[in-house]
Design a protein around this ligand. Sequence first.
Ligand code: TYC
Length: 136
Amino acid sequence: MDVFLLHDEVGNRARLSGSGSMKAAVRLSAADDPDLEGDIGVIEALDDPELKRPPMFKVILLNDDYTPMEFVVHILENFFGMNREKATQIMLVVHSEGSAVVGIYPRDIAETKSEQVNAYAQENNHPLVSTVEITD
Ligand code: TYC
């Protein structure tokens, strides 16, 4: 929210407030610039620059009945940078809960990792599947 108080020499006041961009017309005085005295000038409040963080995406690994546990651990070590202990722990979460988030990344990276995992599982004749979902 931006607020401007506009006032003249005899105490008349106007309040200008809002968000987004705002403009107010003002009559210029000799103090602004003698050449412009009496002209109409414009005061403009610009939008705050919006600095939104890019959305992040979860890579989710799904359980199935056939992919060997050791293969899932291998995936978590090699595609998601986990050590053996962490990879084993997360594999067991997927196995018992049905799914688990295995990484959170910007959209392109999440989609590439998920596609690489799915392709690698297929090449090795395992039904393992990962998906991507936007974070809330
Ligand atoms: N449920 C599989 C089994 O019993 C193991 C497994 C774990 C499969 C995690 C997929 O994402 C997965 N062999």
